[in-house]
Design a binder for this molecule. Structure first.
Ligand code: SF4
Length: 442
């Protein structure tokens, strides 16, 4: 192997995208070339293990390199992210071309490790934690270089890693480790660098951003206010929030800063207090609804989305009805719904009362049908209104169409040419679907 050619494949959440961007930036700064997959000498696969489906995808992806390896002894594969923490050892033993496995806490070592497997192709590197729930130093600051990003105008900034909440269905605390906040100066410096590079919208990222600072004597409301006040910033968002940690202070900071978008993802996970207890979520249905009322009272026009699991072990038809009635009562803008899927090693996987997969899917269909009709009603009511939209990309389908988001995070498709990409434009809504709005420039 003579060229230092690599490609990155991401199967996961925004955290994986963010980590992959940092690694590709450092590799490029060291003379590596990012190339199409067919030309790559090293393929970095990074992925998320939260859903069983993503894990299955990565297994089949790994198998695809078998025939090429047998013929040409290339490419080498590096498996990273929380998926590696979960399946890395098996992958290392099963595929001769998987030469590096690294859990999410080792992101900072990846550029060196990738160079190592490339220059010493027989080496096999294991950067997995024996117990990722233990603290491990993790900040990966690539220094004073501009991070390569897929989108020029929007960027994610991680503010914390890991999670201490141990919801019974969730694998995250076991693969991403204990909750650790980044230093506020590091977050602010990174935001400043992005703004100087033309970024208009920053999304602060963490498994539970509302817990930010609890380990270093700070709080999220304070950090959010600092980021919102940075010179040159136009829009700030954050994801994901845990209902019990979302304080009135945070709502006040959102309400008091024009740059913070009126949009919020507040995962509820179930409408039944009994199921919430089994999930180890530390709020009741009523407490959740009251919190939403408090937030909506302070932030008019709030775009509210949630995550909800259908078919958790022991979920009765009555519990499910409570999730359905929650949709009618709260009227979320959008719900990221999923049928429960067992994750080995979590307490829920051992619980009694597992529902047949057909029951989970049948409930999910009913659930989605109801929510789709609510989303459509909410979106149709926006017809005729005008919003400020950041034109951030070409629309995936259709010549001459651009896309962007309203402050409340609705996707809008409208006619426009390349010259307005990166600009804030006024768009009047002409029609609505459940997944997007269609508009025209005014
Ligand atoms: S808050 Fe719960 S669901 Fe979210 S990452 Fe932590 S353990 Fe998982």
């Amino acid at each position: 192997m003579s060229n230092k050619n690599f490609c990155v494949k991401v199967y996961g959440c925004q955290m994986n995208v963010y980590d992959a961007d940092r690694v590709r930036t450092v590799l490029c700064s060291r003379g590596w070339n990012e190339v199409p997959e067919s030309e790559a000498d090293v393929i970095m696969i990074t992925g998320c293990s939260v859903r069983a489906k993503a894990e299955q995808k990565v297994w089949s992806e790994l198998g695809l390199y078998d025939s090429s390896w047998k013929k040409t002894q290339r490419p080498l594969v590096a498996l990273t992210g929380c998926i590696a923490q979960r399946i890395g050892l098996n992958a290392l033993n099963r595929f001769p071309y998987v030469r590096l496995v690294a859990g999410p806490r080792h992101i900072g070592f990846l550029p060196d490790a990738i160079e190592q497997i490339f220059t010493h192709p027989k080496s096999r590197i294991n950067l997995l934690d024996d117990d990722p729930r233990e603290f491990y130093g993790l900040n990966f600051d690539p220094g004073n270089i501009t991070i390569k990003r897929e989108n020029k105008y929007k960027a994610y900034v991680t503010i914390a890693h890991g999670c201490d909440n141990f919801c019974t269905y969730c694998i995250v605390p076991y693969v991403r480790g204990r909750f650790v906040s980044r230093k506020p100066e590091d977050v602010i410096d990174e935001c400043r660098m992005l703004i100087a590079d033309g970024v208009k919208e920053i999304t602060l990222l963490g498994q539970n951003v509302n817990s930010y600072g609890k380990d270093i004597g700070l709080n999220f409301a304070g950090l959010l206010e600092r980021v919102a006040g940075l010179e040159g910033i136009r829009r700030v968002r954050f994801v994901t929030s845990l209902p019990q940690d979302f304080t009135e202070d945070i709502a006040n900071v959102m309400a008091g800063n024009e740059t913070i978008c009126p949009s919020l993802n507040l995962p509820v996970q179930s409408g039944s207090t009994r199921i919430l207890r089994l999930m180890n979520r530390k709020y009741t249905r009523d407490e959740y609804i009251n919190k939403v009322r408090m937030i909506r009272g302070k932030i008019p026009g709030l775009g509210l989305t949630t995550d909800l699991i259908v078919g958790f072990p022991g979920e009765t038809e009555e519990d499910f009805d409570e999730s359905m009635s929650l949709l009618r009562e709260v009227r979320f803008d959008l719900v990221h719904s999923a049928a429960y899927s067992e994750r080995d090693g979590t307490p829920a996987a051992k619980m009694e009362g597992a529902l047949p997969v057909e029951v989970r899917l049948e409930r999910l269909n009913r659930f989605n049908a109801l929510q789709d009709s609510i989303t459509l009603e909410i979106n149709e009511a926006l017809t005729g209104q005008t919003f400020e939209v950041l034109a951030d990309d070409f629309a995936p389908k259709g010549e001459g169409l651009l896309q962007g988001r309203t402050p409340s995070d609705k996707v809008v498709i409208f006619e426009g040419d390349e010259s307005i990409l990166g600009q804030f434009v006024k768009v009047r809504i002409k029609s609505a679907e459940a997944w997007c709005l269609h508009g025209e420039l005014v």
